[in-house]
Design a protein around this ligand. Structure first.
Ligand code: BES
Ligand code: MN
Ligand code: ZN
Length: 504
């Protein structure tokens, strides 16, 4: 993020410049600020409401440019929908789309008025905090490698003022959301970077910077991992000039008397995935720079949780490797021994994420005895075939954890869909020569086979695997809180999960 947009909260006033947004509920009902502006403009807002199709539906808006009687360049009427149905998700989308409209208009400053809404179950300060979160999330851009982009082609909005009767209460409610956006931005930045800039070593440097946030950081190099017997992870790294690392982050926020057993998050950090000797086709291979998004999400989540001083002990573990073909690279058919002692026949060197996670998961459960373990990985192309780019695949050995994740997905807007695990799928990864092989039956149930493989390394700990291959990089750009490119998917989901269930 190069030109971060600032958020400010203030009392309601008619702005003297920029663009102002006011809310409209169905059917065509202006809030208090809207009515005030309507008066100042001699009825321009009511005329706009009467003239067009816009009637205040959630997700819609209309713009009045250069309104007579006001100094602002434009008034945006944004739909809140039916008062009884206003929720956090809709408000965040509203915040993101207001920012999108203001940027499209080239506005440098903007304001949005948050009036109390009759019949809404959510009060203005909480509404403002959600709108501001959506606005920040939608303001993200990654422009650092454009040296010639004109200002007029960049996002223009430098500041958004959220106006309401109790700005101090809104500011308090917004603080944890602000930390959340910081975490999401860190993830997006890491994932956006190309692989010649972000490789295992440079990612460990980003992680070490989290010490500033009160996070304890430990970095294992190759030698340390050899000592631990992490042959599965190390086999993947064998063909790369870049040294592999395992990074461990700890946030100890649990209050005295609360559950001290940590919640653990584990991320796949393949900084570039060529496929190795089972090399990928060149078409689209550049996308494999985001194969470290699982690790990026864990890092952003740790920053968010530490930033808001979450009352829980958390451990984040990321396996950082590059998957390259080389004279030293591992071959199809090689057998490696994982830290768990289990042996793996590497049928396909492109099924490398599970090999990295096998050792990261085993290390995590053995070292920290976590109450739950959740791993994130851009693990399979097959999950994109199953679920597209609307929800991540959820695989779990625990129904309660699954239910919690599904609920957190609905609340945060980062949804998950539960996929099956089972004995017959598990059998598909048995190997003739080793304890298991790293692929199942070819293209059949490829995402399930990958999940079964991971399950052999969780040692019975309540665990969930999120296959985020379809979610980490957004080409759609139709979610106002997720600009095209690195989405930061998972930070909001898991922050919500922690907020709802794991804080003492
Ligand atoms: N990183 C890929 C999965 C992926 C694909 C992520 C598309 C994001 C977008 C993973 O390492 C991989 O290559 N998986 C293989 C597994 C196969 C060899 C069993 C796949 O999905 O084809
Ligand atoms: Mn691969
Ligand atoms: Zn991969």
């Amino acid at each position: 993020m190069d030109n971060p947009m600032k958020i400010a909260f203030s009392e309601i006033a008619t702005p003297a410049k920029g663009v102002v947004a006011v809310v409209v509920t169905e059917e065509r009902t202006l809030g208090a600020t809207g009515r005030q502006l309507d008066e100042q403009t001699g009825g321009a807002l009511s005329r706009a409401l009467a003239a067009g199709r816009f009637k205040g539906k959630q997700g819609t808006s209309t713009t009045i440019v250069a309104p007579h009687g006001l100094d602002v360049d434009a008034v945006i009427l944004v739909g809140l929908g039916k008062p009884g149905k206003i929720d956090g998700r809709g408000l965040r989308a509203l915040g993101g789309s207001v920012v999108g409209k203001m940027n499209a208009a080239g506005a440098k400053a903007g304001a949005v008025a948050v009036d109390a809404v009759d019949g809404a179950s959510i009060a203005p300060p909480a509404m403002a905090a959600e709108i501001a979160l959506g606005a920040r999330l939608g303001s993200y851009s990654f422009d650092k490698y454009h040296t010639k982009k004109k200002d007029e082609d960049k996002k223009s909005l430098g500041e958004l003022t959220v106006m309401l009767d109790d700005p101090a209460a809104a500011e308090d409610a917004f603080t944890p959301n602000d930390n959340l956006a910081d975490g999401v931005f860190l993830t997006r930045d890491m994932v956006s970077e190309p692989s010649n800039v972000k490789y295992p070593k440079t990612i460990t440097e980003d992680i070490e910077a989290l010490v500033e946030d009160g996070i304890e950081v430990e970095i294992f190099d190759r030698e340390k991992m050899v000592g631990l017997g992490m042959g599965s992870l190390l086999g993947v790294a064998q063909g790369s000039e870049h040294e592999p690392y395992l990074a461990i982050m700890r946030w100890n926020g649990a209050p005295e008397g609360a559950d001290a057993q940590p919640v653990a998050f584990i991320g796949k950090g393949v900084t570039f995935d060529t496929g190795g000797i089972s090399i990928k086709p060149s078409q689209g291979m550049e996308e494999m720079k985001y194969d470290m998004a699982g690790a990026g999400t864990v890092v952003g989540l740790m920053k968010c949780l530490a930033g808001r001083k979450a009352r829980v002990n958390v451990v984040g573990v990321v396996g950082l490797v590059e998957n390259m073909p080389d004279g030293k690279a591992q071959r199809p058919g090689d057998v490696v021994t994982s830290m768990s002692g289990q042996t793996i026949e590497v049928i396909n060197t492109d099924a490398e994420g599970r090999l990295v996670l096998a050792d990261a998961l085993w290390y995590t459960q053995e070292t920290y005895k976590p109450q739950i373990m959740i791993n994130l990985a851009t693990l399979t192309g097959a999950i994109i075939i199953c679920l597209g780019t609307y929800q991540a695949g959820l695989f779990s050995n625990n129904d309660e954890l699954s239910e919690r994740l599904i609920a957190a997905g609905k609340e945060s807007g980062e949804e998950v869909w539960r996929m099956p695990l089972g004995e017959r799928y598990d059998k598909d990864i048995d190997s003739a020569i080793a304890d298991m092989k790293n692929v199942g039956k070819g293209r059949e149930a490829g995402s399930v086979a990958a999940a079964q493989f991971l399950q052999r390394f969780v040692n019975g700990v309540p665990w969930a695997h999120l296959d985020i291959a379809g979610m980490a990089w957004m080409k759609r750009g139709d979610d106002p809180t997720v600009p095209k490119g690195a989405s930061g998917y998972g930070v909001r989901l898991l922050d919500q999960l922690v907020r709802a269930h794991y804080e003492g």
